[in-house]
Design a protein around this ligand. Structure first.
Ligand code: GTP
Ligand code: MG
Length: 304
């Protein structure tokens, strides 16, 4: 008796777009089943395209996390928003996330208005359904579907995982036929040194307030395996002014110590090794205008 033919594989890029804080990164982590991208309560956490990879049956889904889309002011904002739309234009399927509690506010409307320019099929994903009543959800789904053309609507909670499996199953059936682009066990395409820098940036977002997180960036300068298998990591936190450097350090170095300790613990769990993390805070006036910092973040430097 002949062997049954192997199921044909599928593989595709699924971009998640939406306003800042809609829950895109939370959803990618839930879909992948592991932390591949950072999350915070603050807006504009994600800065570049970050890929998280998941398998579902014979399908490989490559999820593309994007920065939130908003009305940009600074050069860094413009780079982030341009990058988010480029992620949508290059994907096989685009999931448009809307924070169901916020509904169709100005930011969400502006995104729906521009969706017609995106050629790929679009899914409406209403997120944070743990925070809203069913009735309001149905009304929101209708209003959004009246404004833009969606192939389907999903109502989920990225935080609790509610509805995430259904969304994943739908995507697995729709991505194009073709070979897998990544090994089956790979969950991210980002090098560990980049994820480590992002994790430290997440801790900065958690502990620093007002504008400071937006005036800082983190780069991994050294990643060295020591003889016992320990890893020595040196990172630089760039800020724009001496006053900001003082805040990041905190009284007697307390703030930087707490940030370093939280980041170290999380990085160690990911690499499954003892990690020695050294953080340096440097003032780099106008790093937001420095092409080199954009390259390090994986962003195009906007010319104007
Ligand atoms: N209650 C609730 N909170 C959620 C849900 N999904 C995400 N959040 C929270 O919303 C906040 C923003 O989540 P992120 O995943 O960082 O949002 P994002 O869309 O990636 O944000 P940017 O990267 O800034 O564009 C975090 O505090 C999350 O814990 C959800 O389904 N329910
Ligand atoms: Mg994000």
């Amino acid at each position: 008796m002949a062997d049954a033919p192997a199921p044909a594989t599928r593989c595709g890029f699924v971009a998640l777009i939406g306003a800042p804080n809609a829950g895109k990164s939370t959803l990618i982590n839930a879909l992948v089943g592991s932390k591949v991208t950072i999350v915070s309560r603050k807006v504009q956490t994600t800065r570049a395209l970050i890929r998280g990879i998941a398998a579902e049956g014979a399908s490989q889904l490559i999820f593309v996390d994007t920065p939130g889309i908003f009305a940009p002011r600074r050069r860094l904002d413009r780079a982030m928003v341009t990058t988010a739309w480029s992620g949508a234009h290059e994907a096989d399927v685009v999931c448009v996330l809307i924070d169901a509690r916020k509904g169709l506010d100005e930011e969400a409307e502006a995104i729906l208005d521009k969706l017609a320019e995106v050629g790929a099929p679009k899914l409406l994903v209403l997120n944070k359904i743990d925070l809203v009543a069913k009735q309001a959800l149905l009304a929101l789904a209708k209003a959004a579907n009246d404004k833009a053309k969606f192939a389907a609507t999903f109502m989920i909670s990225a935080l609790s995982g509610d509805g995430v499996a259904d969304l994943k199953a739908w995507l697995a059936e729709r991505v194009p036929s073709g070979p897998w682009l990544y090994p089956a066990d790979q969950m991210s395409d980002a090098p560990l040194r980049q994820l480590a820098a992002e994790i430290t940036r997440e801790k900065l977002f958690e502990r620093l307030h007002q504008e400071l997180p937006y005036h800082s960036t983190v780069e991994t300068e050294v990643w060295k395996e020591l003889r016992k298998g320990d890893i020595r990591i040196e990172q630089t936190i760039y800020v724009e002014r001496e006053s900001q450097r003082k805040i990041v350090l905190g009284k007697g170095g307390a703030t930087i110590k707490a940030i370093g300790e939280a980041a170290r613990r999380e990085i160690a769990a990911i690499v499954e090794a003892k990690v020695h993390l050294f953080l340096f805070v440097k003032v780099r006036e106008g790093w937001g205008e420095d092409p080199e910092r954009y390259r390090a973040m994986g962003l195009e430097f906007p010319k104007d």
